[in-house]
Ligand binder design. Structure first.
Ligand code: ACO
Length: 315
């Protein structure tokens, strides 16, 4: 397949590090040097599903396509206010599409997993035009009195329309179960029969373990995907990495031996918006005119599970 159009939407409320230090024992200096985040967009009166629909419509417009032409919609999401129906069905109705749709929860790596699902359906001859929407509100998962987690995240939605082509050169995925590193519990409705102990626990993270996993997994995924595509690290024009922490991005960049200008980032004013990071960054680079026809692009993301993946594309 090829990426024919992109779109993205951010919530309007901007929260700076200084605003956080008004109610948390933290500082702009700590957050900036440890993570690279200066400010983030946080949901206030917006609904995530509305942002997802708007991002999808922007991607369709950018691709010069109507919703009626879509054969499949894949939505990547970790949490939203609906438990059911799935977010992709809400997006389908919102944009006026009629094709089948599915949700996936592959945490921050959702866009890469969605690319693989789309490409596999395309290669099987089942679909021609696919819409991927990543819509995430991780700021609703964290405890806002926990300075170790809430400072990292922002919200947003990013979308891409895929059409027939030979521009996805390879996708590599990996999963390694690690349920005590990055997790959250929620309680379900009580029944007369449930007698186990149940608790609501906001997002918990062993930051240094996640850091080490992220660097190792992304370096391996990218190397494997490049090797399978017959593309060298030097031949890649742009590396679009998950925007979790600028120090993670820098460590992977050093491993690959590549210059900073090949790594566009928006973490400074976006924070980590989970699976939305990749398509939002892709859309921003696309609309700035950063990509030229034939450019080689690597996408790489990692997240809770653990899961990770990398894709090699030709623009
Ligand atoms: N402000 C001030 N101090 C803080 C803050 C904060 N916001 N957060 C933690 N600290 C303190 C800790 O309490 C600790 O203090 P102590 O020594 O008195 O206990 C000290 O800073 C060091 O804490 P560490 O957790 O060791 O700090 P570290 O250098 O590992 O940085 C961080 C933490 C930024 C979370 C880092 O581990 C990291 O980025 N890990 C990757 C995790 C990640 O990116 N997660 C994103 C979500 S998951 C994903 O997208 C894959």
């Amino acid at each position: 397949m090829k990426i024919a159009g992109t779109g993205s939407v951010l919530p309007k409320k901007v929260v700076t590090n200084d605003m956080l230090s008004e109610f948390l024992e933290t500082s702009d200096e700590w957050i900036t040097t440890r993570t690279g985040v200066k400010s983030r967009h946080v949901i206030s009166d917006e609904k995530l599903e509305d942002m997802a629909i708007e991002a999808a419509n922007k991607a369709l417009e950018n691709a010069g396509m109507t919703a009626a032409e879509l054969d499949f919609i894949i939505c990547s999401n970790v949490v939203n206010e609906y438990i059911t129906p799935q977010l992709s069905c809400i997006i389908q109705g919102g944009i006026g599409a009629t094709c089948p749709c599915i949700d996936i929860n592959c945490a921050c790596a959702g866009f890469i997993f969605a690319l693989d699902v789309a490409e596999s359906h395309y290669k099987a001859g089942k679909v021609k035009n696919v819409l991927i929407v990543c819509a995430e509100e991780p700021t609703r998962m964290t405890d806002w009195t926990d300075r170790r987690t809430c400072v990292l995240f922002g919200d947003g939605a990013g979308a891409a329309v895929l059409t027939p082509g030979d521009n996805i050169k390879d996708v590599k995925l990996s999963s390694a179960s690690a349920t005590d590193k990055l997790w959250q519990y929620r309680t379900l409705q009580p029944t007369p029969y449930v007698n186990k102990e149940e608790i609501d626990v906001p997002l918990q993270m062993k930051g240094q373990d996640v850091f080490k996993f992220a660097v190792k997994a992304a370096s391996k995924d990218i190397s494997r995907a490049l090797e399978a595509s017959g593309v060298s690290t030097d031949e890649v024009d742009h590396y679009l990495l998950h925007q979790a922490n600028i120090r993670i991005i820098d460590t992977i960049r050093h491993f690959l031996g590549q210059p900073e200008e090949k790594f566009p980032v928006n973490i400074h004013d976006h924070g980590n918006s989970s699976s939305s990071c990749c398509p939002i960054l892709l859309d921003e680079c696309n609309r700035k005119g950063l990509f030229k026809e034939g450019d080689k692009i690597v996408l790489s993301a990692f997240g809770a599970g653990f899961v990770s993946g990398a894709a090699v594309l030709e623009w």
